[in-house]
Structure formats: C-alpha cells, structure tokens
Design a protein around this ligand. Structure first.
Ligand code: F6P
Length: 328
C-alpha cells in the first residue's frame, strides 16, 4: 500500500454482532496511532453511490460501541455497484456503477477501504481491488461460510443465541411431548445448525450440505418415542433440502430483492406430523440470530487480531507487535 492519509470504512451484507467493535478498532488504530482520517461510509457501497452518506469518524464517535450489536454505519445486502439493480419502465435493469464509486473515493480523498463484509461484499471489494482500489477485507457473517476463514465475526454470537433458544425449546418440547423443529439461518451453509444443534443436544440436525431423508427423521423420532422420550428437537438449517427436492425460498414482491431462504422448518414439521401423528411445532429463529452483543471470545480475538492486521497493512515492511491469541 502507498502512503495512506484517509481510510474509508463500510459494513456490507447482513448485520451481525461485532461490526461496531471492528469499526471502533479501525478508528482507534488509524486516528490514534497513525493520525489517519477515517471516513465512515453508510449502508455499504450504497454510501459511495448515493450522495450525503459519508461522515468523518472521530474517537468520540466510536465511544461505547464496543459491545453494541448492529452497525453504526448501517448496511444493506443489496447494491452491488457492479450489478446495481434498478426499476426502469416496470422492468429490472442491471447497471454498472463501479466507476461512480471510484469517483466518489477520489472526491472524498479516500486512499484505502476497509470492507467489513461477507462473501458478497468481499467479492465486491476484490473486484474494486482489481480496478486499482486499495482494500482490506474483514470477514463477517453469522453464516461462517467464507473460504479461508476459520471463524467469522458474528458466528460465535449467532450460535450462542441459537443454542440458548434450543435449550429453552427442549423444556417446552419435553413438557408437551412434542416434536419441535427449530429453523436456523446460515444460507447454504450448515455451520449454525451443526454447532448450535450439537451444543444444544438436538436429536436431529439437518444441513444444506447433506440432503435429508424425511423417513429417517421420522424413524429417529419413533425410536425416541418407544424409548420413552416422547419429545424431539430437530434443528434444520434454512438451506436444508430433502433428498431429490429443493431448498425453500420466501416469496418476495420486490423484483430487485435478493433470494431469501425460509420455510423448510414448517414443511418438515408438517411432514413429521403427517407420518408419525406426533404433535409438532416449528420455531423460526430468524433475525434474532443477528442481534445482540458480540461474545467475549469474538471481542477479544478479533479486535486484537484485526487491529494487528490493520497496523501491519498501514505500516508496510514492518512486523506487527506481538498479540496473544487463544488457539481456535
Ligand atoms: O447472511 C446472513 C443471513 O442472515 C443469512 O443467514 C440469511 O439467509 C440472510 O442473511 C437473510 O437475509 P435478510 O436480512 O435479507 O432477510
């Protein structure tokens, strides 16, 4: 990287706990340590397409946000500048606004970008990097589905939330002798279902990576019934699909909106009820998995590691100071 005087920071894609902690780390490291200005860009790359969506961030602006969920900059999971969707004469038109973004960066004097994002936003960052924009990607997503990243920001918090819900659902499932299907997020990855399900002692876990056989699900439930455990917890990732079938999507009236998974839990619950005659319920955890404070593990590990990575990026050729990191 060349000499950096101004850094831009944005959050893109679905929010998750820990975004504010990263924004704070960026500002504190850049402003305090290197006297570099930081421009906060609102709503992901949208903030570089539409006017009036940027502001300087001082240390005071990031006070007390360390443990706050969400993102003070706002975010969106739409608005890829390379494939920007707009309605034109009642039809969806896809436009390339990437040059407009580069123009905005120049106008704002931003020398490098810190993109806090998931697969979508980091791919966009890479495409801008290929067009000559200096960029650092910070991997965040509750889905934990980023290649070459062991644990993303947000994942640990999401599985804690999901595990907590599964624990509570166990209580009511047992009292009412019911089968409860818990639908968790994760898009096409089963990490949340697998880790929260295992930690929560789920009886059956269904992930997108392995198509499920509904008869085997029912068999397991009947077995538990026979053994005197007249309740079961099924954790299903939203992207799970039956053998020979497809994942389930939510219908949207907005033609510009990205596809959204959801509904497999209800289908499984109905089918289990039809085949086993067992009373069933479905709980969709939904966006509750994206909110709340980041866990201590995430706060420590990522603020420490990320701050070090940023220091390295801003000080080319020099080794970062040692950071004590727990082994993952
Ligand atoms: O990528 C994060 C995520 O929460 C996925 O797990 C989920 O499929 C999707 O975003 C939901 O998106 P939205 O916020 O648009 O409903």
């Amino acid at each position: 990287m060349g000499k950096i005087q101004t850094l831009g920071v944005l959050t893109g894609g679905g929010d998750c706990p820990g975004l504010n902690a990263v924004i704070r780390a960026v500002v504190k490291t850049a402003v305090n340590k290197y006297k570099i200005n930081v421009v906060g860009i609102e709503d992901g790359f949208e903030g570089l397409i539409k006017p009036g969506k940027t502001r300087y961030l001082s240390e005071k602006d990031v006070e007390k946000i360390l443990a706050r969920g969400g993102t003070i900059l706002g975010t969106t999971n739409r608005g890829n500048p390379f494939q920007y969707k707009v309605m034109r004469n009642g039809k969806v038109a896809t436009l390339d606004y990437s040059d407009r973004v580069i123009k905005s960066l120049k106008k704002l004097g931003i020398d490098a970008l810190v993109v806090i994002g998931g697969d979508g936003s980091l791919r966009i960052a890479l495409d801008f990097f290929k067009k000559g924009v200096q960029a650092v990607g910070v991997p965040k997503t509750i889905d934990n589905d980023l290649e070459a990243t062991e644990v993303t920001f947000g994942f640990d918090s999401a599985i804690n939330t999901a595990k907590d819900a599964i624990d509570k659902l166990h209580d009511t499932a047992e009292s009412h002798h019911r089968v409860i299907v818990v639908e968790v997020m994760g898009r096409n990855a089963g990490w949340i279902a697998l880790e929260a399900g295992m930690a929560g002692g789920a009886d059956i876990i269904l992930v997108p990576e392995i198509p499920f056989d509904i008869e085997k699900v029912c068999h397991k439930i009947r077995q538990r019934d026979k053994a005197g455990m007249k309740y079961s917890i099924v954790v299903a990732a939203e992207g799970a699909a039956p053998l020979g079938g497809n994942a389930v999507f939510v219908h949207s009236n907005d033609p510009c909106a990205p596809e959204r998974l959801g509904g497999i839990g209800a289908l499984i619950a109905n089918e289990v009820n039809r085949r086993t005659k067992h009373e069933t319920r479905v709980t969709v955890l939904g966006h509750i998995q994206r909110g709340g404070s980041p866990t201590t593990f995430i706060l420590y590990l990522f603020t420490a590691v990320f701050t070090t990575a940023l220091i390295t990026a801003l000080r080319p050729g020099q080794s970062p100071p040692p950071v004590k990191t727990p082994s993952v």
